[in-house]
Design a binder for this molecule. Structure first.
Ligand SMILES: [Zn+2]
Length: 219
C-alpha cells in the first residue's frame, strides 16, 4: 500500500539498470537482502569478489531513486512560502552552487534547491562518461569523488525532510519506511567513509536514536 502511495507521487522517473548487466544483478541482490530484513549494517558491506565501483554505482542510483520518492511525498508541502530557505533547523542552511548558473553559493527556497539538486544528480548518473553503462568501459578517475558529492548532496534532502516535514511522513504512515531508508544510507556511507562526519551534524540526535541497536564507531 505504501509502495502505491509513493508511486503516485513520484517526483522524477526512476532510473533503471539494464537487465542482464552485472549492475542489474547487484541491484537485485542488494534489494533481496533488504527485503529479507537482515541487519542493514551487514547488507552494505562489499560482497566478496565484487568490485567496489560497481557496488557504489548501484547504491548511488538506488539511493537517488528512493530519496526521490521520499521527497515526492512532501512536495505539496515544501513550497517557497513554507520553506523559503534550504534549511535543516535554525542552525543549518545549505547554499546552492553548480559552477554554471550559480557560480557563488546562493541561498534558495528549499523546493528550488531540491529541484536543482535532483536535476544535477540525475545528470551525473545519466552521464555515461561518469557512470559507464557497458561492462567493458572502465569507471573514470573522478568516479568516487563524484559519488561522494552526490551522496553528500542527497543527504541534505534527508535533513530537510526530517526536520521540516516529519509530520507529513507520520501522517501518511511513511515514517518506518523512511527510517529504514535513512539507516541503510547512513550505514552505507559510514561503512566506506563516503560522507564527511560534519555533514551528519543536523541529524546527529536522530541518527543516534534510530541507529541505536548498532552504534556506529564514531570518533
Ligand atoms: Zn520544505
Amino acid at each position: 500500500m505504501l509502495h502505491q502511495l509513493f508511486s503516485l507521487t513520484t517526483f522524477r522517473p526512476k532510473k533503471k539498470f539494464e537487465p542482464g548487466t552485472l549492475r542489474h544483478s547487484l541491484h537485485k541482490q542488494a534489494e533481496a537482502s533488504l527485503n529479507s530484513g537482515i541487519n542493514l549494517r551487514e547488507v552494505v558491506k562489499l560482497p566478496p569478489g565484487e568490485n567496489f565501483n560497481d557496488w557504489l554505482a548501484v547504491h548511488v542510483v538506488d539511493f537517488f531513486n528512493r530519496i526521490n520518492l521520499i521527497y515526492g511525498t512532501v512536495t505539496d508541502y515544501c513550497l517557497e512560502e513554507t520553506c523559503p530557505t534550504m534549511s535543516g533547523g535554525p542552525k543549518f542552511e545549505y547554499l546552492w552552487a553548480d559552477g554554471i548558473r550559480y557560480k557563488k553559493p546562493t541561498p534558495l527556497p528549499a523546493p528550488n534547491y531540491v529541484s536543482l539538486l535532483m536535476d544535477w544528480v540525475e545528470a551525473q548518473i545519466n552521464n555515461e562518461d561518469i557512470f559507464p553503462v557497458k561492462i567493458d568501459v572502465p569507471f573514470p578517475k573522478n568516479f568516487i569523488p563524484t559519488c561522494k558529492k552526490i551522496l553528500t548532496r542527497l543527504f541534505r534532502v534527508f535533513v530537510h525532510v526530517y526536520i521540516h516535514h516529519f509530520d507529513r511522513l507520520v501522517a501518511i504512515g511513511a515514517e518506518a519506511h523512511v527510517n529504514t531508508c535513512y539507516k541503510h544510507f547512513y550505514y552505507f556511507v559510514t561503512e566506506f567513509d563516503i560522507v564527511s562526519q560534519k555533514e551528519f551534524e543536523p541529524l546527529a540526535e536522530m541518527t543516534r536514536k534510530i541507529c541505536k541497536e548498532n552504534p556506529p564507531q564514531l570518533s
